[in-house]
Design a protein around this ligand. Structure first.
Ligand SMILES: Cc1cc2nc3c(=O)[nH]c(=O)nc-3n(C[C@H](O)[C@H](O)[C@H](O)COP(=O)(O)OP(=O)(O)OC[C@H]3O[C@@H](n4cnc5c(N)ncnc54)[C@H](O)[C@@H]3O)c2cc1C
Length: 302
């Protein structure tokens, strides 16, 4: 969707929004898949309510993109604009056991920043790519850690009220790759409370997690991490592996031969290729195991 030639573009600029016309989102996602649209960088948090109000008034649909590491975006010209928080110099500070971090910050960068100040707990999240905002939305987790366990407050634009608000951690539900935020809420900052731990002990755990990841995941290929959520008590990857589907391909979309729940874009896969691969694998699992796998990756339909 192109809005740079519309009157709203000038008003957005006054509100501190940087408009980047015609951005190919395949360049902004870890899967290397995604069509083209205008991107709006929200540089001033205090104007976000007015920006949202303007977009609603002008009936301009929008989606929010963080680090782009957990989304599968349709091909072609997209019928919505994409909002994004600027990532240069996001704020991070520590006071006692509390860490205050901007949602635009890199998740791994935040784990390291806190570790250097002897705050641990989040070691398992070290290799999870993407932003802090995306991790909050998804309740990112790995190796027994999930970000939601440490959240004490979230500052956000709340779609329900159209205002900037602060939610207490206790008032947010963090489940397995699911949270109670509304689809149009925009996370801006978080306060985490982390246990004290010496840096060298944190580093030792981080090293183990990094080694596990390197040994089991196709980290040098384009992916969005796990495609499916694990069903209760089971492992999606193990079922797909047992079905002999590692290496199974639709066009340039392929089930990784390292980790069966990672689907990779081996060259120039389209969203349609990836969707067909997802459907085929889901169907094979359903027929054999009687389990309907649910997507972990978020699909942005047109
Ligand atoms: C190699 C690899 C390994 C991975 N390993 C793991 C893992 O171990 N554990 C795990 O949990 N995930 C893993 N993932 C998936 C992904 O990294 C996480 O889900 C990550 O937290 C997504 O963050 P993001 O900023 O990239 O979000 P995006 O992909 O940009 O967005 C994901 C969702 O969050 C929303 N969102 C993003 N930022 C905000 C914001 N500020 N406000 C409101 N909504 C927002 C988007 O609208 C979208 O709905 C992996 C991915 C890859 C590529």
């Amino acid at each position: 969707m192109r809005i740079s030639d519309k009157p709203i573009a000038a008003r957005l600029k006054e509100l501190g929004v940087e408009l980047r016309p015609g951005v190919p989102l395949r360049e902004k996602t870890s899967l290397g898949i995604g069509g083209t649209t205008d991107q709006l960088l929200l540089r001033r948090f205090e104007t976000i309510p007015e920006v949202m109000h303007l977009l609603a008034n002008e009936k301009i649909p929008h989606r929010f993109l963080g680090g782009g590491t957990n989304v599968l975006i349709a091909d072609g010209e997209l019928p919505y604009v994409v909002l994004h928080l600027p990532t240069s110099q996001p704020g991070m500070r520590v006071e006692g056991n509390a860490a205050y971090v901007d949602a635009a910050a890199d998740l791994g960068g935040m784990v390291t920043f806190c570790a250097k100040r002897d705050l641990g707990g989040m070691e398992g999240l070290i290799g999870v790519p993407g932003s802090v905002g995306g991790a909050l939305r998804m309740n990112a987790g790995a190796y027994g850690t999930q970000i939601g366990s440490y959240v004490r407050e979230v500052e956000l634009y709340r779609a329900a009220t159209g205002k900037l608000e602060t939610l207490r951690g206790d008032d947010i539900r963090f489940d397995y790759r699911h949270t109670s935020f509304a689809p149009d809420d925009v996370m801006l900052r978080v306060k985490l409370e982390l246990p004290s731990k010496p840096f060298k002990d944190i580093l030792a755990v981080i090293k183990v997690c990094n080694e596990k990841r390197r040994a089991s995941q196709p980290l040098n290929q384009k992916s969005a991490g796990c495609i499916f959520k694990n069903p209760p008590g089971g492992s999606a990857g193990r079922m797909i592996d047992e079905l002999g589907l590692k290496g199974h391909r639709v066009g340039d979309a392929m089930v990784s031969d390292r980790h069966a729940n990672f689907f990779v874009n081996v060259a120039n896969a389209s969203c349609a290729d990836m969707l067909r691969l997802i459907d085929e694998v889901r169907e094979r699992v359903r027929v054999t195991y009687g389990i309907e796998l649910e997507n972990e990756v978020i699909f942005w339909k047109n």
